[in-house]
Design a binder for this molecule. Sequence first.
Ligand SMILES: Nc1ncnc2c1ncn2[C@@H]1O[C@H](COP(=O)(O)OP(=O)(O)O)[C@@H](O)[C@H]1O
Ligand SMILES: [Mg+2]
Length: 240
Amino acid sequence: MPPNVALLEARALHARYGEIEALHGINLDVAQGSIVALLGANGSGKTTTLRALTGATRRSGSILFDKREVIGHAPEDVARLGIAHVPEGRGTLSTLSVWENLAMGAYTLTDARRTRARYEKLVAYFPWLAERREQPAGLLSGGEQQMLAIARALMMEPRLILLDEPSLGLAPIIVSRIFEILRTINRDDGVTILIAEQNAAAALALADQAYVLETGRIALSGPSHDLAGNEQIRKSYLGY
Ligand SMILES: Nc1ncnc2c1ncn2[C@@H]1O[C@H](COP(=O)(O)OP(=O)(O)O)[C@@H](O)[C@H]1O
Ligand SMILES: [Mg+2]
């Protein structure tokens, strides 16, 4: 894989809720095959950024995905292009079974054999999915629901996966497990990852590059290793 080929390039990205502008023109680059962390305090604009990228929130500016402009495309088209979104609060449907949730994620796959192959691949990452495939998703633990949400997003064979605070409300040991799986998916399947997190320490340990948002603007960006290694930055921007 050639290094530093941009898969996603956002330029002067603005987003608003009615009269209120929440993103004030951000620039964001995600290299193909990389893991990028989007950090920042509660309310800084992480969720809005991810939603603006998929078109779930009104946005303007430019978003090139694999050199193609996606602004003007509906969220379903963006999904078809290969961007999967694991939303804040997971978005799994609690009354549907584990399998039904996964099948929903495969809606961009038209071929049943391919869907089946995809399912087998995900069971290798999350073996418990097979054991619990008939159970309602609502009976799963918080960590399992997060894993199901990730597995569901991976069903459509995305090139880029957007994750919105996957660690939220989970015990550190569960977060480590989930991040380890994300690392494996990135390394072995070449899935590029953009992960929004308030857990800066864990996200920086996972990511190659990081952006820090402050009230809808990029306050800081750079290689994760540099940010994590700078005590001043850690204290002023990352809260640890
Ligand atoms: N649905 C909404 N309607 C109006 N304002 C919103 C909405 N969602 C978020 N905001 C505002 O946009 C800003 C960014 O929020 P958000 O993207 O959710 O931040 P984060 O994910 O970093 O916590 C905040 O000021 C928040 O109050
Ligand atoms: Mg959020």
